[in-house]
Design a protein around this ligand. Structure first.
Ligand code: AKG
Length: 281
């Protein structure tokens, strides 16, 4: 399969038109309605152009977003990568570029065993250079392994590991950036059209470019794993023995796919609202 070859060679693959135009339009409409119906809850998350930023697990309130799992030609690539069916762990919804610095996701999505995670990025708008395209470092997934045990000692000593430690995150991403520079690898933007999907390997170094235009950049990133896969953060990344045997959350089903069940939608890591209190989109 050609897509699998690209993924293994480059660390990412773009599947054009993986999601039908009618579904893209429906999602944009339903999310717009969600914002209108939950104006108070969404207000603190909006920028001066009325755009939402980094909404975690919006699919728990706008159920049709889960159709990006059940009606998406790109998911077959994830199924093949995992060798078992793909499930949804969490999602991020953006209406403007994330502008995130280059990073690997693995300290945040530390599966056991490692590497049982993928990023699935779905474009809901045309994305070019001025509205925050995803940046990828081609080939960065295949760089030599970093000695995370030595890094654990340097950053945390023998003390406890904060799962979301800024120091641990920075130390690891700085080490990957240095490896990319030494190997002559650099970041490139990925231009996409509505319905295109970018899948990245768990070890791909990637981020978001600056968003200078006032138009939107609507996108959904799905963080996918096989069903039941435990996902830790830096506590597990730097100390794999700390992993749980299986995922503690439950799943619900859409079509033949499973979706992790959580109780909150998080707005930009600034505040959370229980799904119970949100009017569904
Ligand atoms: O959407 C983007 O601009 C970047 C997303 C990203 O880096 C991530 O979800 O890990």
């Amino acid at each position: 399969m050609e897509a699998m070859d690209s993924l293994e060679r480059d660390g990412f693959v773009v599947i054009r038109n993986a999601v039908a135009p009618a579904l893209v339009s429906e999602l944009n409409e339903r999310i717009k309605r969600f914002k209108e119906r939950n104006a108070k809850a969404a207000a603190r998350n909006l920028d001066e152009h009325g755009r939402m930023y980094r909404v975690v697990n919006l699919h728990l309130a706008v159920d049709s977003i889960t159709r990006l799992l059940t009606e998406n030609a790109a998911i077959a690539v994830c199924d093949q990568f995992f060798g078992e069916p793909t499930s949804l762990y969490t999602s991020l919804y953006y209406e403007k570029g994330s502008e995130q610095s280059l990073h690997r996701d693995t300290p945040l999505f530390a599966t056991s065993p490692l590497g049982r995670y993928m990023g699935v990025w779905v474009a809901l708008d045309e994305v070019g250079d001025d509205n925050g395209p995803l940046m990828v470092v081609r080939g960065s997934h295949a760089l030599p392994q970093i000695d995370v045990q030595a890094m654990r000692q340097q950053v945390f000593g023998d003390g406890p590991i904060d799962p979301m430690s800024p120091e641990g995150w920075e130390a690891y991403q700085t080490a990957v950036a240095a490896q990319c520079t030494a190997a002559g690898l650099s970041a490139e933007p990925v231009h996409v059209s509505p319905g295109d999907v970018i899948i990245w390997h768990p070890q791909l170094f990637h981020g978001g470019a600056a968003h200078t235009a006032s138009r939107m950049r609507r996108s959904v990133v799905m963080h996918v794993t096989p069903k039941g896969m435990p996902v830790g953060h830096q506590d597990v990344f730097f100390e794999p023995g700390k992993s749980r045997a299986s995922a503690p959350w439950r799943y619900y089903q859409r079509g033949d796919r499973h979706i992790a069940r959580f109780k909150h939608v998080d707005f930009g890591h600034a505040y959370k609202v229980r799904t119970w209190f949100l009017r569904k989109g």
